[in-house]
Design a protein around this ligand. Structure first.
Ligand SMILES: NC(=O)c1ccc[n+]([C@@H]2O[C@H](COP(=O)([O-])OP(=O)(O)OC[C@H]3O[C@@H](n4cnc5c(N)ncnc54)[C@H](O)[C@@H]3O)[C@@H](O)[C@H]2O)c1
Length: 252
C-alpha cells in the first residue's frame, strides 16, 4: 500500500471521476475525506469505501465558499489528525452546455471561474497550514486536455482549465520550500457518469478514439494511477508539472 496512514481530501468525490479517485486512494491505504456539494453522493462513496475495509468520511463542501472549504479541512484534522493530499477535482463540467462564446452570459462565465479556478485556491488555502506544519504535502489539480486541444464551444471552461496550469506552476514555486508538491493532470475526454448522460454523441466518442495513439475510450480508472503516483512519495521531486493522461491524443 503506497498511501498507508496518509489522509487525502478529494473534492467532487461523490460522483464521476472524483469517485474513482476516492476509491483508488482508499485502496492504497489512504483515509479519504470525500467532499462534495452533492453530500448524499459523497456519503454513498464513503460508505462503499468503509464496506470494503477502507477509511472514509463524507463532508459537504461548496468550493466557492471560504467558510465551507475551511470547514472541510477542519473535518479532516478533527477526524484523522492531518492532511497529506488534496485532489482539487471539483469542477463545473457536466453541468455546462456547449455553446458559442457569444451566447455565454456573464453569470455563467463567473460561476465557471468561481468553481474551477477560485475554488481550487480556497481549498489550497484551507489545507496549507496543516501541510506546512507537517513539512510535506501533495496538491493535485485537475485541469483538462481541452487546454491542449483548444476545444471549441466551451470558452469559459477551457479558459478556467488553462488557469489551473498557471495556478499549479506559480503555487509550486511558492510552496516548494515547504516540501509541498503541486502538480496537475490533464485528462482526455473520459466516460464518467457525466458523458454517459449525453454530453458527447456516439460519433464524437468514435472520433476521439481515432485521434488517440491508444485507440479506445477513456474511463475514470485510466486516471487513478497517475493520481496515486502524484499523491505518493514516488513523486517527491516532481512539482509544477501538468501531465496529459489521454491515451496519447495530445503530446506536449
Ligand atoms: N469527464 C471528462 O471528460 C473530463 C475531462 C477533463 C477534465 N475533467 C475534469 O475532471 C473533474 C471531474 O470530472 P467529471 O467528469 O467527474 O465531472 P462531473 O461534472 O461529473 O463532476 C464534477 C464534480 O464536482 C462537484 N462540484 C461541482 N460544483 C461544486 C462545488 N461548487 N463545490 C463542490 N463540489 C462541486 C460535483 O458535485 C461533482 O461531484 C472536473 O474538474 C472536470 O472538469 C473531466
Amino acid at each position: 500500500m503506497r498511501l498507508k496512514d496518509k489522509v487525502a481530501i478529494v473534492t467532487g468525490g461523490g460522483v464521476g471521476i472524483g469517485k474513482a479517485y476516492a476509491h483508488g486512494l482508499a485502496k492504497e491505504g489512504a483515509k479519504v475525506i470525500v467532499a462534495d456539494i452533492q453530500d448524499g453522493e459523497a456519503k454513498k462513496v464513503a460508505d462503499e469505501i468503509k464496506a470494503t475495509g477502507g477509511e472514509a468520511k463524507a463532508v459537504y463542501v461548496d468550493v466557492t465558499s471560504v467558510e465551507k472549504t475551511q470547514a472541510m479541512a477542519q473535518a479532516a484534522i478533527t477526524t484523522y489528525g492531518r492532511i497529506d493530499i488534496l485532489v482539487n477535482n471539483a469542477g463545473l463540467y457536466s453541468a455546462l452546455k456547449k455553446k458559442n462564446f457569444m451566447e455565454i452570459d456573464g453569470e455563467e462565465w463567473d460561476s465557471v471561474m468561481a468553481v474551477n479556478v477560485k475554488g481550487l485556491w480556497h481549498c489550497v488555502k484551507a489545507v496549507y497550514p496543516a501541510m506546512k506544519q507537517q513539512g510535506k504535502g501533495k496538491i493535485i489539480n485537475i485541469s483538462s486536455g481541452t487546454v491542449l486541444g483548444g476545444s471549441p464551444l466551451f470558452l469559459h471552461y477551457v479558459s478556467s482549465k488553462s488557469a489551473v496550469i498557471g495556478f499549479t506552476r506559480a503555487l509550486a514555486r511558492e510552496v516548494g520550500g515547504d516540501k509541498i508538491c503541486v502538480n496537475s493532470i490533464m485528462p482526455g475526454l473520459t466516460i464518467s457518469s457525466a458523458n454517459q448522460e449525453g454530453v458527447m454523441t456516439a460519433e464524437q466518442l468514435a472520433d476521439r478514439r481515432k485521434r488517440r495513439a491508444i485507440q479506445r475510450d477513456q474511463y475514470p480508472a485510466d486516471l487513478v494511477g497517475t493520481v496515486i503516483f502524484l499523491a505518493s512519495d514516488d513523486s517527491d521531486f516532481m512539482t509544477g508539472q501538468s501531465i496529459a493522461v489521454d491515451g496519447g491524443m495530445n503530446m506536449h
